[in-house]
Design a binder for this molecule. Structure first.
Ligand SMILES: [Zn+2]
Length: 65
């Protein structure tokens, strides 16, 4: 699946849609915001995911498969 720069991300599996809000710190692409199952920011380009919690922000490095 090709990646293109978009002003928003729409994940029909998760049912989330979000306008651009955050830039990936790794590759500077626009990250998508998801609320389910947990609130997080996800970069569809490099796979960077930043989880958002009430207390802290946990970062996990991931690879797109
Ligand atoms: Zn990225």
């Amino acid at each position: 699946m090709a990646h293109v720069h978009k002003l928003y991300e729409y994940d029909y599996e998760k049912g989330t849609i979000r306008l651009k809000n955050r830039i990936c710190p790794r590759c500077r692409s626009i990250m998508a915001h998801h609320l389910k199952p947990v609130e997080r920011w996800h970069c569809g380009k490099c796979g960077y995911t930043e989880f958002v919690t009430a207390r802290t922000t946990r970062r996990i490095r991931g690879k797109k498969t």
